[in-house]
Design a protein around this ligand. Sequence first.
Ligand SMILES: O=C1O[C@H](COP(=O)(O)O)[C@@H](O)[C@H](O)[C@H]1O
Length: 238
Amino acid sequence: MTPETLVFDSSAELVATARARFVDVVTAAQAARGVASVALTGGSNGIALLRALAEDSGDVDWSNVEIYWGDDRFVPSAHPERNSGQAFDALLNHVPVDPARIHVMAPSDGEFGHDIDAAAAAYGRLIGSDTVFDVHLLGMGGEGHVNSLFPHTAATAESTAPVVAVTDSPKPPPARITLTFPVINASREVWFLVSGEEKAEAVAAAHNGADRADWPCAGARGTTATVWFLDRAAASAL
Ligand SMILES: O=C1O[C@H](COP(=O)(O)O)[C@@H](O)[C@H](O)[C@H]1O
């Protein structure tokens, strides 16, 4: 399926449009299936989207949203670099979510201690083979990483396990837990939220059909929609 590419004058406009569309997709999923399922991302636009949703989430019934993360940093729970902590600050502390439907990846001071493989395996059991996200949000790095799937790594090559541990992330912090391509690509919709000229080469590589080993962003797609929300700088090499 051909990806949809939307280009905005600013990241603020990008986020505003993604917010409105998120409300539409989640409310439609709730109308169809009762409960919506989403995978959140960290990063600048991913967190800005959550802040925008805290301001206005329309008719979303937050008590019926299953919330997962595409990746998180394996650091103590109170560490400011936790994607989940940022999501609570931006959104989840401000809307009536059901705590039982919020699925945080274990931190390094959680029930598995420093055993990152056990923590990743537990999240893998939680995801199982049946979880289908209505929307999986993705940020992207300048080298094309999505979630914590970096170029030329075992995590990016993973073709069966839904969740793996990463211990040598080139972007700090080095220890992370990440969903892999089999579960990303089972999502109904996959959205990239990308701004800045330093991302332009990766955006172009994905649009030109690059190998996901070289440019992981090229390997992520939804079963019903793949949407690139870009600002003009990120779209400048298209
Ligand atoms: O390390 C990460 O970075 C990406 C992108 O972040 P950005 O600030 O450059 O948009 C993010 O999506 C991912 O969740 C995070 O762990």
